[in-house]
Design a binder for this molecule. Structure first.
Ligand code: EPU
Length: 449
């Protein structure tokens, strides 16, 4: 396995491009199951979760070809099943439930179970699909779903779940009659999924509001003209936080500034200057960071997927910041690791109090999930000395070439094998000048990126 090493203290300067959004790409890849034929998708990020999704679709019987854009053939479905070994690695696999039921009348999907950030039940997915006529049984850790006649319904979600909304919308596109989905999630990724479905011939109104009206159609056609996945607001936001933390002058291009408003307001309040164009954001920080309070909420509130990264920034901000996590019950695992780097964070239930410190110190840290890993990388960029972030596979799930992108901004960062400990080799991998008299020769450096 690999780890990420960072030598902190450099400011970041330059331009970084935003990749396609993970949380739009996954449902859109899976939505292709609804329309038999060959689909083309563009701006799909290179991520482990995308590979896992393609491999799941391959097991279902839908082969794909990745060559810049993605070609996916959903003409034939051989198995309507998402097995445990895929679902346990990637919860989003549960999204096959709606499309498989709509297309095949049956689906068998492993129950996802809990994960590092919370228990994350899928009762709302099932409630919505049941309202459309599906029946479910649980046995052997699997949900077995069947439907004879998918019929539109009036559904009220108990909370605006993102993938729950997506599962229900996908199934409803092929139901007989009209579905009204109330208290639906409004995230930009859901709007992108709806736009994709509309491009296949679905009839959906209200995307981006809390009420979706879906008029079922008898069939959908494949996306033969490459559908372009929207930019990843969380990735863009992560590089803005990196710029805020390290200081300097960073421009994030190919993004959708409107989708980042809640974060931009917090970064400005924290003392950063942000310039916006139609598709880019430039962040600069000359003075010290200032503490701000933040509360995560469903879109258009502050996203839970940016909470860890902002907490890393706040760990060096003057004064105290209160961070409240309202979406997931256990999403403060990064706090304990940030503390190992010298941050002062006290967590009580869903509230964390962060008291900014003058400096962090590099340490070996281990992340529990994707965004926690990103937070630790951000902390490492401004920590004195060397930080090693273990369990790189979390980052690989959701960040397309994070190391390359941060290097492009001037960070001293590298991805190296876990067992590489020689200080000189690590410095060399990070592109630092060798320390006179220290350690091993050039040939021993084994950076993998
Ligand atoms: N919930 C239920 N019952 C349900 C569904 C959700 O109680 O049937 C609860 C969850 O336990 C949670 C809350 O509702 O407390 C919101 O969860 P939601 O269902 O909206 O989350 P998700 O759909 O499982 C997506 C993203 C997450 C992101 C959340 C919140 C994808 C593939 N995943 O998850 O992304 O944090 O929405 O915005 O879209 C990430 O990218 O790092 C990530 C975790």
């Amino acid at each position: 396995m690999d780890k990420i090493v960072i030598s902190g203290g450099r400011t970041l300067n330059g331009t970084v491009r935003t990749s396609g959004a993970k949380n739009a790409a996954l449902p859109i890849l899976i939505a292709t199951l609804l329309a038999p034929g060959e689909h083309r998708l563009a701006n799909v990020p290179e991520l482990a979760d995308v590979s896992s999704t393609l491999s799941l679709l391959g097991r279902i019987g839908c082969p794909s070809l990745v060559n810049g854009s993605i070609r996916l053939d959903t003409s034939r479905i051989a198995f309507s099943e998402a097995p445990y070994d895929v679902v346990r690695k990637m919860r989003a696999s549960v999204l096959v439930l709606g499309p498989l039921l709509a297309r095949c009348g049956q689906a068998k999907v492993s129950l996802p179970g809990g994960c590092a950030i919370g228990t994350r039940p899928i009762d709302q997915h099932l409630k919505g699909l049941e309202a459309l006529g599906c029946r479910f049984e649980l046995s052997g850790g699997y949900i077995h779903g069947h439907v004879d006649d998918l019929v539109g319904a009036d559904i009220q979600l108990d909370m605006p779940t993102v993938t729950g909304t997506e599962n229900i919308v996908m199934a409803a596109t092929l139901a007989r009659g009209t579905t009204i989905l109330r208290n639906a999630a409004r995230e930009p990724e859901i709007v992108d999924l709806c736009n994709f479905l509309i491009s296949l011939g679905a009839r959906i109104e209200g995307a981006g509001t809390d009420t979706l009206v879906i008029e079922g159609v008898s069939r959908l056609r494949p996306a033969t003209r490459a559908y372009r996945i929207l930019p990843d607001r969380i990735e863009a936001g992560t590089y803005l936080c990196a710029g805020a933390m390290a200081g300097g002058d960073v421009t994030v291009t190919d993004c959708e500034p409107e989708h980042l408003q809640p974060l931009l307001r917090k970064l400005e309040a924290a003392g950063c200057t942000i310039d916006t164009t139609a598709t880019s954001l430039r962040i600069r920080r000359d003075g010290p960071l200032k503490g701000v309070d933040v509360r995560t909420e469903p879109h258009p509130g502050f996203p839970t997927d940016m909470q860890a990264q902002l907490m890393a920034v706040l760990s060096r901000a003057e004064g105290a910041s209160i961070v409240e996590e309202t979406i997931f019950e256990n999403r403060f695992m990064h706090a304990a690791e940030l503390k190992r780097m010298g941050a002062v964070v006290e967590t009580r239930g869903r509230v964390a109090t962060v008291r900014g410190v003058e400096s962090l110190t590099g340490a070996a840290v281990m992340a529990s999930d994707l965004r926690a890993s990103a937070a630790l990388v951000i902390a490492g960029l401004s920590a004195a000395g060397r930080t090693e972030v273990l369990r790189t596979y979390h980052l690989d799930r959701g960040y397309d070439d994070m190391v390359g992108k941060l290097r492009g901004l001037g960070a001293a960062i590298a991805r190296v094998p876990d067992d590489l400990h020689d200080p000189a080799a690590l410095d060399e991998a990070m592109g630092l000048a060798p320390t006179p008299g220290a350690g091993s020769s050039t040939s021993e450096a084994r950076a993998t990126a």
